[in-house]
Design a protein around this ligand. Structure first.
Ligand SMILES: NC(=O)c1ccc[n+]([C@@H]2O[C@H](COP(=O)([O-])OP(=O)(O)OC[C@H]3O[C@@H](n4cnc5c(N)ncnc54)[C@H](OP(=O)(O)O)[C@@H]3O)[C@@H](O)[C@H]2O)c1
Length: 178
């Protein structure tokens, strides 16, 4: 589902307890979900926290220039050919929108929380399992609800569901559970 320039989408994978991370890495290894992330964010402007960015840097994803990174950090030395650094989430989101590219909110926890009021769609992969870890997705049900896309899949015995959620309508906020 291509995204238009200027749209703001958040993208995340979480387990049945809304766990997203474990010691600066992902608690699971699901190639299809990583491809889902790469395919959607390709050509986009990624707003991302330092620890999540460093994980992508170490994984070699940053250097291919297929995405622009708007990193939130006090460490300005992270700036590079594909990377700008900002002191707050809102500054990074504003600059990403200014870039004219589709904007992707890529975490971590505070980045999701602070950007949800401006996000149009939530791309969430629900992994039907429970893992150990230390980073949890902030509550999104106030902001997102209607399921616009859903596909079940599995890899190496792990079942998961790709979903795209639209903005929650004020009236429905209390009713919808995902
Ligand atoms: N499952 C998923 O889809 C997914 C997605 C993203 C991340 N993760 C996982 O989540 C973990 C990382 O998340 P995290 O929340 O711990 O870290 P993070 O947001 O990636 O990085 C935290 C750092 O980013 C900067 N930062 C973040 N929010 C800020 C804000 N609002 N204002 C100013 N600076 C801010 C600060 O950098 P400075 O200290 O340099 O100032 C902070 O120390 C890792 O385990 C990662 O693998 C999982």
């Amino acid at each position: 589902m291509p995204t238009q320039a200027g749209t703001i989408s958040a993208i995340v994978a979480c387990d049945e307890n809304n766990l997203i991370g474990c010691r600066t890495g992902l608690p699971w290894r699901i190639r299809e979900d990583w491809k889902w992330f790469l395919n959607h964010t390709k050509g986009g402007a990624c707003v991302i926290g330092r620890l999540s960015y460093e994980a992508m840097l170490n994984g070699g994803t940053v250097s291919n220039g297929q995405r622009k990174y708007f990193v939130v950090s006090a460490d300005r030395s992270l700036a590079g050919p594909h990377t700008q650094v900002f002191g707050s989430t809102m500054e990074a989101v504003d600059a990403a929108v200014e870039s004219g590219l589709p904007v992707w909110i890529c975490g971590g926890v505070r980045i999701y929380e602070e950007s949800f009021p401006q996000v149009d769609k939530l791309y969430i992969t629900r992994i039907h399992n429970k893992y150990e870890g230390d980073r949890y997705m902030p509550d999104w049900k106030e902001w997102f609800g209607p399921v616009e896309y859903r596909r079940d899949s599995s890899e190496n015995g792990i079942d998961y569901t790709f979903m795209i959620l639209g903005r929650q309508h004020v009236a429905d906020r209390a009713s919808l559970a995902v």
